[in-house]
Design a protein around this ligand. Structure first.
Ligand code: NAD
Ligand code: TYD
Length: 340
C-alpha cells in the first residue's frame, strides 16, 4: 500500500506520518510538500532514512509535477493535509488560500481520477460550520450542520469540501472527509494560539489575547486526530463526512492562564489586543457519528496533552527558535505591532 500524504512537513501531516510509519511497517508513505513558511523539513528528520518513506518537494497546484509523481508511485490512497491554515493570514491575503486549498485539491482529485486510487481523504475543519453562540452550550456541530463560513480560510476549506463531494457524486471518486476541531501538540507552528503563548511566555514576551479572550475552541491532542483519520481510511464509508472532536471546550483566556501557571510565568504578561475581524465565538464538535460507526474516542485528556505539549516545546527549543528567528519575525511585527 502506498499512501500520498500532502502537507506532511506541517503540524498535523508530520504527526500523521509518524503514526502511520510506526503502526504499519509495510506501508510506503510519500510526503508531498511545497515547504511554504509552515513546512519544515527538519520536522521529518527522524523518518528521512526510513526505506518506506520518501519526501517530494512539490506544490499541489502544479498539475504536471503531481501527475508525474502519480505516474511514478501509483499511490493507493491520498490524504490531503496541504493547505494554507492560518485564519489571520487569510484575512490579510486571501488569494493563496483559494489557490492551494481549492485549486490544489482539484489538481489532486484530477490526478486520482486519471491514475485511479482506492481512497482520497480530505482533511477539513470544523470551521466550515461557522460558529456557535456562547449562550447556547447545548448546541454542537454535527455533520448535518449547514456550511456557514466566516473567514477566507474557512470559506476556502468549505469550497474544497463541496468540490470533494461533487467529485464523488459526479465521477464516483471514492472520497471521505474529516472535519476536526482545533489540534494541539508537538510541531505546531508558533503562529497558532497554544505554541505562540508557550514561546512568548518562555521568552518573557507579552501574551497577545484577542478581544477579551472569551472565544471558545474545542481542543484535541493531535495524535487522536491522526488515529481518527487512520480509522476513516481503513473502515470509513466512502462518500461520508466524519466530525472529529473530543468535547474539550475551553476559553482562550483560560488556556493562556494555564500556560502561564505551567511555566511559572506571571499573568501580567497577558496583553489584550484588538480582536480578529469576523472572529468566530465558539466551536464545538458532536463526534457521535465517528464514535458509533468506527468506535473512535479521544484517548488523551487535555491536562495530560497540554503537559506533554509544553514539555515538548521545552525539550525542542531549537525547532521553534529557528522558526522565530527567520522570516516569521516580519509576520509577527506586521500582525502584533500597534495592535492594542
Ligand atoms: P500547517 O500550516 O502546519 O501545515 C500545512 C503544510 O502544507 C505545510 O507543510 C506547508 O508547507 C504545506 N503546503 C501549503 N501549501 C502547499 C501547497 N500548495 N502544496 C504542497 N504543500 C503545501 O497546517 P496544519 O495545522 O498541519 O493543518 C493541516 C490540515 O489540517 C489543513 O488542511 C487544515 O485545514 C486542517 N486542520 C487543521 C486544524 C488545526 O487545528 N491545525 C484543525 C482541523 C483541520
Ligand atoms: P488559532 O490558533 O489561530 O486557531 P483558530 O483561529 O483556527 O481557531 O486561534 C485560536 C484562538 O485563539 C482564536 O479564538 C484566536 C485566538 N488567538 C489569540 O487570542 N491570540 C493570538 O495571538 C492567536 C494566534 C490566536
Amino acid at each position: 500500500m502506498t499512501i500520498f500524504v500532502t502537507g506532511g512537513a506541517g503540524f498535523i501531516g508530520s504527526n500523521f506520518i509518524f503514526h502511520m510509519l510506526g503502526k504499519y511497517p509495510k506501508y510506503r508513505i510519500v510526503c508531498l510538500d511545497k515547504l511554504t513558511y509552515a513546512g519544515n523539513l527538519s520536522t521529518l528528520e527522524s523518518v528521512m532514512g526510513n526505506p518506506n518513506f520518501r519526501f517530494a518537494k512539490v506544490d499541489i497546484c502544479d498539475r504536471e509535477a503531481i501527475y508525474n509523481l502519480f505516474a511514478e508511485e501509483h499511490p493507493d490512497v491520498v490524504v490531503n493535509f496541504a493547505a494554507e491554515s492560518h485564519v489571520d493570514r487569510s484575512i490579510d491575503n486571501p488569494e493563496v488560500f483559494l489557490q492551494t486549498n481549492i485549486l490544489g485539491t482539484q489538481v489532486l482529485m484530477d490526478a486520482c481520477r486519471k491514475f485511479g486510487i482506492t481512497r482520497y481523504h480530505q482533511v477539513s475543519t470544523d470551521e466550515v460550520y461557522g460558529d456557535l453562540p456562547l449562550d447556547r452550550p447545548d448546541l454542537f456541530f454535527t455533520e448535518e450542520t449547514p456550511i456557514h463560513t466566516s473567514s477566507p480560510y474557512s470559506a476556502s476549506k468549505a469550497a474544497a469540501d463541496l468540490l470533494v463531494l461533487a467529485y464523488h457524486r459526479t465521477y464516483g471518486l471514492p472520497v471521505t472527509i474529516s472535519r476536526c476541531s482545533n489540534n494541539y501538540g508537538p510541531y505546531h507552528f508558533p503562529e497558532k494560539l497554544i505554541p505562540l503563548m508557550i514561546a512568548n511566555a518562555l521568552n518573557d514576551k507579552p501574551l497577545p489575547v484577542y478581544g477579551r479572550g472569551l472565544n471558545v475552541r474545542d481542543w484535541l491532542y493531535v495524535e487522536d486526530h491522526c488515529k481518527a483519520i487512520d480509522l476513516i481510511l481503513h473502515k470509513g464509508r466512502v462518500g461520508e463526512v466524519y466530525n472529529i472532536g473530543g468535547h474539550n471546550e475551553m476559553r482562550n483566556i483560560d488556556i493562556v492562564k494555564m500556560i502561564c501557571h505551567a511555566l511559572n510565568k506571571p499573568e501580567s504578561l497577558i496583553t489584550y489586543v484588538a480582536d480578529r475581524k469576523g472572529h468566530d465565538m465558539r466551536y464545538a464538535i458532536d463526534p457521535t457519528k465517528i464514535h458509533r460507526e468506527l468506535g473512535w474516542l479521544p484517548q488523551t485528556k487535555f491536562a495530560d496533552g497540554i503537559e506533554k505539549t509544553i514539555a515538548w516545546y521545552l525539550d525542542n527549543r531549537q525547532w521553534w527558535e529557528t522558526i522565530l528567528s527567520g522570516e516569521y519575525q516580519h509576520y509577527y511585527e506586521k500582525m502584533y505591532t500597534n495592535r492594542q
